[in-house]
Design a protein around this ligand. Sequence first.
Ligand SMILES: Nc1ncnc2c1ncn2[C@@H]1O[C@H](COP(=O)(O)OP(=O)(O)OP(=O)(O)O)[C@@H](O)[C@H]1O
Ligand SMILES: [Mg+2]
Length: 190
Amino acid sequence: MRICVFNAKGGVGRTTTTLNLAGYYASNEEQRVLVADCDPQGSALGWAALAEETPFTVGRSRSRGFDIELIDMPPRIPDNGVLPDADLYLVPTLLDGVSFVVFLRTVALLEEKQLPFLVLANRYNPRRAEHRARLDSPPMAGALVIRERSAFASYYAQGRTVFDMGGRHIEEAQREIEQIALAIKKRIAR
Ligand SMILES: Nc1ncnc2c1ncn2[C@@H]1O[C@H](COP(=O)(O)OP(=O)(O)OP(=O)(O)O)[C@@H](O)[C@H]1O
Ligand SMILES: [Mg+2]
């Protein structure tokens, strides 16, 4: 199975989603997982360099011999307009206005190409009216959700995913990632 984590907007949580989802598949499903860091910024590779040991492989390119491959994309639409082949495209977005404009363009591209995708509202804060309003209206209605959580900010510097972390609220963070994995499974089986 190949999942491409894609949004043309920067800083929306592509790398955070990619690495923690990889952590879920490797830890809970004991799958052989590859994260292909296709972003010249090399954030996923940088995370792996911080880790003592990673439960999955992080590489610069795609490779055979893995059950699950997650592609961490750069924050742009590829110049030639061609996206990597994938079984599913996962589109994390923030819920502020600036992020939303580029998110809508990203979704339009996937729809135009008739590619299967799931939308993920990242850093959701239910106390913010702007977030609540966007989450309730199309095309966000029914989207997957990751809340704004310190665990998703601190995992990176620790070279871990939330599946190797302990502490208060970590279980809630783990459950959000698990929900994404379940939704992916359902969407691909359709
Ligand atoms: N749910 C969350 N809660 C708190 N902080 C988050 C959350 N998701 C992401 N972040 C923080 O937001 C920042 C951007 O996240 P991330 O690097 O995953 O986004 P990206 O789309 O991969 O960005 P880039 O364009 O640099 O590749 C990071 O500092 C990350 O720790
Ligand atoms: Mg990134």
